[in-house]
Design a binder for this molecule. Structure first.
Ligand code: SF4
Length: 319
């Protein structure tokens, strides 16, 4: 849950997940749809799908107990080099080289590393090995100590070097340009994608919703139909086939949503539909407007439904 997300944002989700599914076996036995619904609002939904796949693999292959070696852990869905090392060290108290953003910053400063991130990741990992060598019986304390050092003392801006227990080894401190490190490659500007999203409403107060297919962005999540904005043209055609007969579109405004790799701007359109003419795709169904809150829409579609529900028939938004 904490990948790309802060502790305050995750806390209530973590508590709810562990109350609903106290063991890995419980999580593996849960319906994936329910897990995705409980995840709604946390973003990066691939993590939720991987969490479920990982629980299934741990239950099936390891009897519900996580393996205790990096080599085995890294084979599990959703577990990369960082998580594999962190679990080995923190959960099993075994020596492993755990490198998160904090450790990257500390190592870059200790060595005054001129090679920029992300290219320098390999070098940083090689240098970090020395921090984790021969640390004795409390192997699990070391990554946590370094993370605390990075988050509280060796901070990105204005590090408190006077309190740093390893300042005597730090090349960046010696040269007085700590904030220069880690050197970062210039980021390419985030591209913008545009698209459309549709609110299709029957006279009896139902809207057309669909479950996004697994190979699309936000795969497996409930959504509103729309144009292709994630570069999967075949799915676009399928999504649009059920609305070719729809006329009398009203434009309600635009929604901006920022993903990790691009900014999305969707034009929101609404129209009335008749149940008689409606041809539903297999991943689509009608749902009563009053039940929208129970669908577990991800934030993008929550923004759209909030916009529509504050939009009156004269074309103005109700504030
Ligand atoms: S001396 Fe300063 S820059 Fe160097 S590791 Fe410690 S806090 Fe970071």
């Amino acid at each position: 849950m904490l990948q790309q997300t802060t502790v305050p944002a995750v806390k209530s989700y973590f508590e709810r997940f562990t109350a609903l599914w106290p063991t890995v076996n419980d999580l593996a036995a849960a319906p994936e749809d329910l897990i995705l619904k409980e995840w709604a609002g946390l973003g990066y939904y691939a993590r939720a799908r991987n969490l479920y796949k990982c629980a299934c693999a741990v239950t099936k292959e390891y009897g519900g107990i996580f393996p205790d070696t990096e080599d085995e852990l890294i084979q599990l869905p959703g577990i990369g080099p960082y998580s594999a090392a962190a679990i080995t060290s923190i959960a099993y108290n075994k020596q492993a080289t755990v490198v998160d953003g904090n450790v990257e910053r500390i190592v870059s400063r200790l060595a005054a590393l001129e090679e920029p991130l992300p290219q320098s990741k390999k070098t940083i990992k090689e240098l970090a090995v020395h921090l984790y060598q021969d640390i004795g019986p409390r192997a699990s304390d070391m990554p946590q100590a370094l993370m605390d050092l990075g988050s509280m003392i060796c901070t990105p801006k204005s590090p408190t070097c006077g309190l740093c227990p390893i300042s005597q080894y730090c090349k960046a401190r010696k040269s007085g340009d700590q904030e220069k490190y880690p050197v970062k490659s210039k980021k390419a500007p985030k591209p913008t994608r545009i698209g459309e999203v549709y609110w299709l409403e029957t006279s009896s107060g139902e809207i057309l919703v669909e479950k996004r297919l697994n190979d699309r962005m936000l795969g497996g999540m409930m959504a509103l139909p729309g144009s292709n904005w994630d570069n999967n043209a075949s799915q676009e055609e399928e999504a649009l086939s059920s609305i070719t007969h729809v006329k009398n579109w009203e434009e309600c405004g635009k929604i901006k949503h920022v993903f990790t790799h691009f900014t999305l701007i969707l034009t929101v359109r609404k129209a009335g539909i008749s149940k008689k003419n409606l041809i539903l795709n297999k991943n689509q169904h009608l749902v009563s407007i009053k039940d929208i809150g129970d669908l577990g829409f991800p934030s993008l579609y929550k923004k759209v439904s909030n916009m529509i529900l504050t939009f009156d028939s004269s074309g103005n938004r109700n504030e």
